[in-house]
Design a protein. Structure first.
Ligand code: CP
Length: 310
């Protein structure tokens, strides 16, 4: 297969195993390009991409921007915090104004689940979801799968434990879909109040005891507590959360094997993970960030080939 089955990347749900493998294998080629002295290729020359960030971001925004520049695209950047949204302009007016500038592709982050889907239904441009509320974060899941495959040499049969605030995490949901489709086994771990009631209907087992989960897994993906998405108190204190679910070197040393540690960022050092673990050889956190550029180059390139070049 050399073409994606979709015109937009709105979520991992809806992608086929072939789609995921095509994105990952194309990212291998871009990773090679990124290791060369001249890191720029002309693949997206004459294609215009708008990066619309209605919610804060460091990694995803910079990573998309770098990926677009490496592919020679023309780009415009929109950040809600510095825009007329602050003067009361609506989402649809903002987006219509940007689209009237004849952009070919749109990368969108928004705090509302479904915002990129709404945009995709109203534009000819190809839309990429860079995170929509607690719904999906597809390129994060793709770079996570890529990074596990890079470290362990495979995804089939790999046991991945996702720890933390599953209820408010778009990273958890997208990871569950991508990893299961690619043959990995996924369990989630955290306090009962932060595990969605029907998560097992996705084929995911729940582990409430962190040490049992760590003993089971090959990879632990430590999530941040999403305080900005929590409208009520889900646990007594951050201190108690850290005592029960924080990853530290003492816990890692109690295991009878080495496991790979991941974190999507931003890290709350000392809460879900200690600095000692985050900065250790067990962690692939900066590899995840590095691989994000190759994955986003792959997604942009494949969608442009499907929707803009044809
Ligand atoms: N992982 C992630 O989405 O980070 P940002 O919020 O900084 O983009």
């Amino acid at each position: 297969m050399s073409e994606l089955s979709v015109n937009h990347l709105l979520g991992i749900k809806g992608l086929t195993e072939d789609d995921l493998n095509l994105i990952i294998e194309t990212a291998d080629q871009f990773k090679d390009v990124l290791s060369r002295p001249i890191k720029k290729v002309p693949s997206l020359r004459d294609i215009t991409i708008a990066n619309l960030f209605f919610e804060n971001s460091t990694r995803t925004r910079l990573s998309f921007e770098l990926a677009e520049k490496r592919l020679s695209a023309d780009i415009v950047n929109f950040s809600a915090a510095a825009s007329s949204v602050k003067k009361g302009e609506t989402l649809i007016d903002t987006v219509n104004n940007i689209l009237s500038m004849k952009v070919d592709m749109v990368v969108m982050r928004h705090s509302r689940p479904g915002a990129p889907h709404f945009l995709a239904s109203r534009t000819k441009a190809s839309v990429i979801n860079a995170g929509d509320g607690a719904h999906e974060h597809p390129t994060q899941a793709l770079l996570d799968a890529y990074s596990i495959r890079e470290r362990l040499g495979k995804l089939q049969g790999v046991k991945v434990l996702i720890v933390g605030d599953i209820t408010h995490s778009r990273v958890a949901i997208s990871n569950i879909f991508s990893l299961q489709t690619l043959g990995a086994e996924v369990r989630v771990c955290g306090p009962r109040t932060l595990i969605p009631k029907h998560i097992e209907s996705l084929g995911v087992k729940v582990e409430y005891d962190l040490m049992k989960g760590l003993q089971w897994c090959d990879v632990a993906n430590m999530l941040r507590i999403q305080l900005e998405r929590q409208d009520i108190k889900y646990f007594p204190s951050l201190r108690e959360y850290t005592m029960l679910y924080g990853l530290n070197m003492e816990r890692l040393n109690q295991l009878d094997k080495q496991i790979v540690i991941m974190h999507p960022g931003p890290i709350n050092r000392g809460v879900e993970i200690t600095s000692e673990v985050a900065d250790s050889e067990h962690a692939i956190i900066l590899d995840q960030v590095e691989n994000g550029v190759a994955i986003r180059m792959s997604v942009l390139y494949l969608l442009a080939e499907k929707t803009v070049r044809n």
